[in-house]
Design a protein around this ligand. Sequence first.
Ligand code: WQD
Length: 345
Amino acid sequence: MAKYVLVSGGAGYIGSHVTVELLNAGYEVIVADNMSNCDETCYEGVKKITGRADLPLIKMDFCDLEATRKLFKEHQIDAVIHFAAFKAVGESVAEPLKYYKNNLESFVNVITAAHENGGCNILFSSSATVYGEPEKLPVTEKSPRQPATSPYGETKQISEDILSACVKAYTTDGIIKGIALRYFNPIGAHPSALIGELPRGVPNNLVPFITQTAIGKRECLSIFGNDYPTPDGTCLRDYIDVVDLAKAHVAAVSRMLDGKMEESYEVFNVGTGRPVSVLELVNSFEKVNNVKLNYRFTDRRAGDVMSVYADPSLANEKLGWKAERSIDETLESAWKWEKSLAGKE
Ligand code: WQD
């Protein structure tokens, strides 16, 4: 019997890649999204990649508790992967209430409906942002969480706490199990170039800014700071390929559905373990795609941490998952996606 996975926010960047990998692995998927931060490009792309023209897309807002309850009543849902959330760090500082309301309310509603409906396995899309500026590198799941530096980061921490508390509180009925995956820096696109990141307006994240500069949409990339005490003076991050990241979700869902969890709430880092500097990433992008990038060094960006990268050994061991794509393959896929958006391929 097929198992059904609800992917909230499934029409977005990471949700669409996860949907592809779930379908590839034999799961049935219900995609639900309020389309507030995406159009149907990725949803259509998923259908093309998987040959699943019948893939349902339910347009709904998880802040609507009644709609969320209805969804759980009307569908078999064995697991939920919860992506539906706002994700712009800067915007969350300017409009904190928007973030607290949307990101927390939608998640509380999902857990409420799942609980009322007899329980569910819940996978929460968390972030390495919960570690702040770590004291020790690489970061393990036992590394302390630091006070969040933005309301966005805070919603990730609070959501982890909500999930962990609900798992504990409802443990007598044993009906909610949870996994939080802490992503490092997801980048790249599906090799088909049918799905990828679609930032609205000026991108905040490094790779979309690079690809938009290379294609001529932006004049010049600013590298924020080259005076950090790192080997080349620029910040270090753990850039994780989005397809590798998607596969980690399939492994985590299987762990939940196959009854392999050792605790009813578990946390895993999803990263490569490989620190890459901003300058290295820029140089690799130029080299692998044979393009020249216009960039300059500017002041540090407020709120940036100097270095953060994962110790992914727990996920390697317990999920049987490992990041596989090289940084070059990932940067090639990001460029192919940008070109396809520009209609050049
Ligand atoms: C990476 C590096 C910048 C843009 C954020 C969130 C995190 C997660 C991912 C998402 C840094 C440098 C960037 C530019 C630059 N959330 N940079 N020029 O800040 O590590 O993480 O995105 O939904 O929670 O905090 O990612 O891609 O913005 O930056 O030099 O134009 O690139 O300083 O060192 P970050 P990023």
